[in-house]
Design a protein around this ligand. Structure first.
Ligand SMILES: Cc1cc2nc3c(=O)[nH]c(=O)nc-3n(C[C@H](O)[C@H](O)[C@H](O)COP(=O)(O)OP(=O)(O)OC[C@H]3O[C@@H](n4cnc5c(N)ncnc54)[C@H](O)[C@@H]3O)c2cc1C
Length: 510
């Protein structure tokens, strides 16, 4: 990667991350005529999740027609659930066409941001130097920092070990004995893709997931032509998918029994894919459907049923230089270890780097109060900080891009209010934030995520669901459609504070 050019001394809006969230924010800033922004991205390109997750079989599990920006429809999706390279190419294309890339700095990691109350700005330190920013937008991702399992001896393993989000493409796995630890969304995509070429595959399962059939199909050339020629048709199609997905919400949030037809389809998926009763028992989930993310695959169960694949359900007790030992004392030899164990979701690493008013570290604040924000976007005590994908904004049923666009609208409203009213700093009223989160946690109690009988990455160490949105996405959009300044504590701009107008172009072209 080329050395990024030095940062400007000051920037109006500093965005962290160049995934869907950061890119969408940059595009909307540009649209409203705000040129004074900079996006810092530690990776070498836009894409975030879709730049990093290059494992075999990586694909979205929400239809691409919906899992894309509303303002940048793509008539050329090849199939219902597009593979990673296609999604990454889409994000790159949108970025190139948007004319904002001159304000992106790749290979630049935000190391520290500290609020300065007197100057009403953030002091920011990055791997490429320091700057100040009037507003900080964290679009650093909720699933962007891989979580490695804490297993005794893992460091002693002699062969390659890698996380699904950091796939080692130098090792083609052909003829190797491979172990995959985990049976979540990534693992069910990886297993079937590599089973043919490895000598033997061991899949280590802690909890069996619910896996629905994957209704994927390629779009015909005629359909693609129609989407291209008649954008309204594609819009209608997207809308139909959107409302179809929203019908899942009551099963998650009101009555899990409403998931009965889906449960039946998932059990049939097992029955079709696996004949051995013992293996069927092992893969049949023991918790309510939806409690953990529902997965989709047509080839997961047939893969587990293969002669050269073993599903190991005994807990792992340790890893040796040459294999994995389970609690029953059995050691299985393995050449390559793939950990598909998810991400830091309730202990966001970015929170370790942001210090608000009175020197309070955001991660300490989250530890004390639970990971929470007002409308998933702003946090009391952290002025002029906005999250795009923040606490309780995640979804189990629909497209995160819908949430991202809703939050961006809200952030743009905040920036407009700041500009119009000469506001130097704003942060949510703690009481408003409290009410918002009390309501979320009250609603959580009757959801399948809390009462479904599983532990999942949605929950923090106290069992609180701090990651998901417990209502429909249209309610989320409606609640964030207008910036509610009356719920904010506002400080007028001080004369000596950071300039409201800074040089037109802040970075140089990449
Ligand atoms: C394998 C996988 C499949 C998924 N499939 C779906 C799906 O089908 N549908 C769906 O709705 N969602 C899916 N998701 C969730 C997905 O993460 C979101 O949909 C979306 O891509 C998030 O975009 P984002 O911009 O918020 O975060 P990300 O895409 O994670 O981008 C965050 C960016 O911030 C950068 N960053 C983080 N910290 C720093 C720092 N300190 N300094 C500089 N840069 C930093 C990261 O490098 C990254 O590029 C999936 C996630 C994974 C992991």
């Amino acid at each position: 990667m080329d050395t990024p050019p030095p940062l400007p001394a000051h920037v109006g809006v500093l965005v962290i991350g160049a995934g869907f969230g950061g890119l969408g924010t940059a595009i909307k800033l540009e649209e409203r005529g705000e040129r004074d922004f900079l996006v810092v991205e530690r990776g070498p390109d836009v894409g975030g999740t879709w730049r990093d997750n290059t494992y075999p079989g990586a694909a979205c599990d929400v239809p691409s027609q919906l899992y894309s920006f509303s303002f940048a429809p793509n008539p050329d999706w090849s199939s219902s659930f597009s593979p990673q390279p296609e999604i990454q190419a889409y994000i790159q294309r949108v970025a190139e066409r948007s004319g904002v890339l001159d304000r992106f700095r790749f290979g630049v990691e935000l190391e520290e941001a500290t609020w300065d109350d007197a100057a009403q700005l953030w002091h920011v330190r990055t791997s490429a130097g320091s700057c100040t920013a009037r507003v900080l937008v964290s679009a650093a991702g909720a699933l962007s920092d891989p979580k490695l399992p804490d297993i005794d001896g893992i460091d002693s393993f002699a062969g390659p070990v890698f996380h699904s989000a950091q796939w080692n493409h130098d090792d083609d796995l052909t003829g190797k004995r491979v172990a995959v630890i985990g049976t979540g969304a990534s693992a069910v995509q990886i297993g079937p893709e590599i089973a043919d070429r490895v000598e033997h595959l061991d899949v280590y399962q802690r909890t069996a997931p619910w896996v629905m059939p994957r209704h994927d199909r390629p779009y015909t050339p005629l359909e693609r032509l129609a989407f291209r020629r008649l954008p309204v048709l594609q819009k209608l199609y997207r809308t139909a998918i959107y409302w179809g997905r929203e019908t899942f919400v009551p099963a998650f949030t009101v009555n899990p029994k409403l998931a009965a037809p889906a449960r039946k389809a998932a059990l049939k998926n097992i029955a079709i894919g696996i004949k051995d009763p013992e293996l069927r028992r092992k893969v049949t989930p023991t918790f309510a459907m939806g409690c953990k993310r529902i997965l989709i695959s047509n080839d997961w169960y047939p893969t587990l049923a293969r002669e050269d694949v073993d599903l190991v359900t005994d807990p792992i007790s340790k890893i040796t230089p040459s294999g994995i030992v389970t609690r029953d004392g059995v050691e299985r030899e393995v050449d390559v270890l793939i950990v598909a164990t998810g991400f830091h979701t309730t202990d966001l690493p970015i929170a370790e780097r942001i210090t608000g008013r009175d020197g309070v570290l955001l991660s300490d604040y989250f530890r004390a109060h639970g990971m929470q924000a007002y409308k998933g976007t702003t946090v009391a005590g952290f002025p002029n900080l906005f999250f795009v994908v923040g606490p309780n904004t995640g979804l189990g049923h629909s497209s995160m891009v819908f949430i991202i666009e809703s939050q961006i609208t809200y952030v743009m409203g905040a920036l407009e209010a700041m500009r119009q009213r000469g506001i130097g700093a704003l942060e949510p009223d703690p009481a408003a934030q409290q009410r918002w989160n009390d309501d979320i946690q009250r609603r959580m109690q009757r959801t399948v995520w809390s009462a479904g009988g599983c532990s999942s990455w949605y929950l923090d160490e106290h069992g609180r669901n701090v990651t998901l949105w417990p209502r429909t996405t249209f309610v989320f959009r409606w609640l964030l459609s207008r910036f509610d300044l009356d719920r904010y504590v506002v400080t007028p701009r001080r004369e000596a504070a950071a300039p409201s107008v800074v040089p037109e172009t802040v970075g140089s072209a990449q």
